[in-house]
Design a binder for this molecule. Structure first.
Ligand code: GDP
Ligand code: MG
Length: 436
């Protein structure tokens, strides 16, 4: 992945101590290649590399005590500014915020309509979802199902004119005290005039606060091209990049703002209706550089359970005082936030690691709970005393097999080891920061 490659390049640089101009140029050559392989737009790469190089071979860097760190800092800053520097907010200034979601078929509009509705209702809004993709009856049904899952009403008028549906939905929203209207429009496999005309007509009819293009990040530069085409016809106010969970390259995320001028406002990080995040350029840059994204992690934690629990989680991670009770507690907390590897990816130093055997589903979770419930308090706080005969007793008591108990203890040991590593990498990061 891009992160892996950049890390390798920076590792080499770090090993060098003092850097010559040639060292920096060589590293930049490699960064350039890594970005091109990650499907970042070539012109964007060219500009980026010349900016980074110019800054990196400046006096301050070359003469500093930690030139490699300085170079990485510059790369981080330039990647951040490439993606827009600061968070681009949705315009909620009007009495009713009308958001049109547009994009090609399969890009994730309908799913994103539900995700966005859910996210906004968590923030106290009252969204109405609108089914304006009339060409396939299944599309209307799909939005209804999504609406039901997120607990939001869906406005439908069957297969009538999408412009009429959109206008009527706004009247309905006014009458029923909705302050956000999210319009799920039709897509095509390719950009065509019919589609564009329809979208332009809807936009003239309802004068939306936001026209957000939903694009599939896994399509790389195609996503960027699609964004350009849509932006030429519609006044896009922003982008939603979906399927970023499946995109190890990052080309679309890195180039689309620079090429189109449209900021990314949200990113889709999975198929579940909780998997939509506000886009923060500096956090994305850190993720790409393998520095993790602790802020988003902590925000997720605080959104999904109370602050105290999140604080506890953080403290446990820091102090490494982590027994089987905590293990059980964390498994269920982590489950609430999303998949375990998704969570761990946000922790610095974890991004590179494969997490085998730590996959948790609901069934597994109740088995784990049963097993831990069958342990004595002493066993829970000091798992190392759990020998063969204790394992047998615990298995019998929890109605599981000895293998299940063994697996649990192994997972616990693995998790504990990872937490230790995390705490270690956190410390070394602090140390290197002090050196700067
Ligand atoms: P539409 O045709 O634009 O309305 O697209 P859909 O909302 O029907 O989504 C198409 C497919 O993409 C569905 O299978 C979704 O589950 C999937 N999808 C959407 N967003 C994401 C995402 O952020 N991550 C992943 N992994 N899948 C997504
Ligand atoms: Mg759809």
């Amino acid at each position: 992945s891009l992160t892996q490659k950049l890390n390798d390049i920076f590792k080499k640089l770090r090993g060098k101590g003092k850097l010559s101009e040639a060292d920096v140029k060589q590293a930049m050559k490699e960064v350039r290649l890594a970005l091109l392989e990650a499907d970042v737009n070539f012109k964007v790469v060219k500009d980026l590399i010349s900016k980074i190089t110019e800054r990196a071979i400046g006096q301050e860097v070359m003469e500093s005590l930690t030139p490699a760190q300085q170079v990485i800092k510059i790369v981080n800053e330039e990647l951040t500014s490439l993606m827009g520097s600061t968070q681009s907010k949705v315009d909620f200034s009007k009495e009713i915020t009308i958001i049109m979601l547009v994009g090609l078929q399969g890009s994730g509009k309908t799913t994103t309509a539900g995700k966005l509705g859910k996210l906004l209702s968590k923030n106290g809004k009252k969204p109405l979802l609108v089914a304006a993709d009339i060409y396939r009856p299944a599309a209307i049904t799909q939005l209804k199902i999504v609406g039901e899952k997120v607990g939001l009403p869906v406005f439908t008028m069957g297969q009538q004119d999408p412009v009429d549906i959109s206008k009527a939905s706004v009247d309905y929203a006014k009458k029923h005290n909705h302050d956000v209207v999210i319009i799920d429009t039709a897509g095509r496999l390719h950009v065509d005039d019919d589609l564009m005309n329809e979208l332009v007509n809807i936009s003239h009819a309802v004068d939306p606060s936001e026209i957000l293009l939903v694009v599939d990040s896994m399509t790389g530069q195609d996503a960027v091209n699609v964004a350009e085409e849509f932006n030429n016809r519609l006044q896009l106010t922003g982008l939603i990049l979906t399927k970023l969970d499946g995109d190890s390259r990052g080309g679309a995320a890195l180039s689309v703002k620079a090429v189109t001028g449209c900021p990314i406002k949200y990113v889709g990080m999975g198929e579940k209706l909780d998997d939509l995040e506000i886009f923060h350029p500096e956090r994305m840059a850190s993720r790409i550089l393998g520095m993790g994204d602790v802020l988003t992690l902590i925000e997720k934690a605080t959104a999904d359970f109370d602050l105290k629990k999140a604080q506890e989680l953080e403290d446990k991670l820091k102090t490494q005082s982590f027994d089987l009770n905590d293990f059980k507690d964390q498994l269920s907390q982590v489950k609430k936030m999303g998949s375990l590897d998704q969570i761990l990816n946000m922790i610095p130093g974890f991004s590179q690691q494969k997490l085998k055997g730590v996959e948790i589903d609901d069934k597994e979770l109740s088995r784990v709970e049963a097993i831990i419930n069958s342990m004595t308090l002493e066993e829970r706080s000091n798992p190392s005393i759990i020998n063969g005969s204790r394992r047998k007793r615990i298995a019998a008591g929890s109605g599981t097999a000895i293998q299940d108990v063994n697996r649990l203890l192994k997972q616990y040991a693995q998790t504990k080891k990872m937490i230790k590593q995390f705490a270690g990498s956190d410390k070394s990061r602090k140390r290197s920061k002090q050196k700067l």
